[in-house]
Ligand binder design. Structure first.
Ligand code: ASP
Length: 324
């Protein structure tokens, strides 16, 4: 669904006019200038097959299927990315939104970011305690403020004032106990990248951080260029040890290696992830990425895989964990 409206409504609008409003308040272009469109979604890294459950993978299939239908009907990449991530945040199945890990003080602090490739616009939130959908709040930052990043309780209050949905009772909303070493399913950060039929790219990432994080700790997920990055050629999102992704500016490094050196996107990603994050830093990490030319890239290190799903204008929906 596009910004809360049904696909059929969007399709009707697309048929009635070439360029018109598709959002609640935003003017969105209906894209139909090319056939190519791609959605690639992740539900975080996993270090154990036993910690991946069917519900997580089934939701990825649903999200990818809906996102592809929306893109085919002319939805903007930014809308599709926000919608995909918001559904995953609401599910309680991932370490984002409702399913976010608790910090060591026993409460949840969430981070998210969003970037639109062709405009370079960004929005991010960090250490949010009462927001239902951090990714939607990141969009409010991007579109309704003159800033790019809001953090902590003060920032949160401002964003609630601008329309971000507030949780009246966060403690009862968030899934209460998540432990990385339990026998239950491990959750994961979520992210999405999309290419729309205008040829525009967008990327977003949302997380509760990782189990055992200190109060106030902020990871890579809200940091543009560390986790989320998009320009007019690439869109990327990450999951893994956020500290190292920040130190190495992972996603912008991958994009720039490919852009300036002409290195294939997969090779650039494998170098940064395997060599820098894996061999040298010896931490976990993975990225998803797409290019305007239609490349679909996954790369990971010190992990079993990354929960993911993708689809383009041709072929079926692919879901899995496997990394190439
Ligand atoms: N990158 C996230 C963080 O460090 C955690 C994860 O993706 O598992 O906050």
């Amino acid at each position: 669904m596009i910004r809360g409206k049904s696909l059929s409504a969007v399709t009707v609008i697309a048929l009635l006019c070439g360029v018109c409003a598709v959002g609640d308040s935003q003017e969105s272009e209906v894209c139909d200038s090319q056939d190519r469109h791609i959605i690639l979604v992740h539900g975080g890294i996993t270090t154990s097959m036993e910690r991946v459950n069917d519900a997580q993978m089934n939701l990825i299939r649903t999200v990818v299927t809906e996102a592809r239908a929306d893109l085919a009907a002319g939805a903007a990449a930014l809308d599709v990315v926000v919608d995909a991530i918001a559904v995953m945040e609401d599910s309680g199945l991932y370490d984002a939104g409702k399913g976010s890990y608790l910090n060591t003080a026993g409460y949840t602090e969430t981070d998210a970011s969003l970037m639109e490739g062709h405009t370079g616009k960004t929005g991010a939130v960090a250490a949010m305690q009462r927001l239902k959908n951090p990714i939607k709040a990141a969009r409010i930052v991007m579109e309704d403020t003159r800033h790019v990043f809001f953090a902590g309780p003060t920032g949160e209050e401002v964003l609630i004032g601008l329309g971000a949905e507030k949780l009246d009772d966060p403690a009862s909303y968030f899934v209460p106990i998540r432990t990385a070493d339990s026998t239950g399913s491990e959750t994961g950060t979520v992210g999405a990248v999309a290419l729309d039929r205008c040829g525009h790219l967008a990327a977003g990432t949302s997380t509760g951080g990782y189990f055992g994080k200190m109060p106030g700790r902020v990871g890579d997920s809200p940091i543009i260029g560390a986790s989320t990055f998009a320009n007019d050629r690439y869109a990327l999102s990450s999951s893994g040890r956020g500290e190292n992704f920040i130190q190495r500016s992972v996603t912008i490094d991958i994009a720039m290696r490919s852009m300036y050196r002409g290195t294939a996107l997969q090779d650039a990603a494998d170098y940064v992830i395997h060599r820098l994050i894996g061999d040298i830093d010896q931490v976990t990490g993975a990225i998803i990425a797409i290019s305007k030319d239609g490349e679909i890239v996954l790369s990971g290190t010190n992990v079993i895989g990354i929960r993911h799903g993708y689809a383009s204008e041709s072929g079926g929906v692919t879901i899995g964990l496997e990394l190439p």
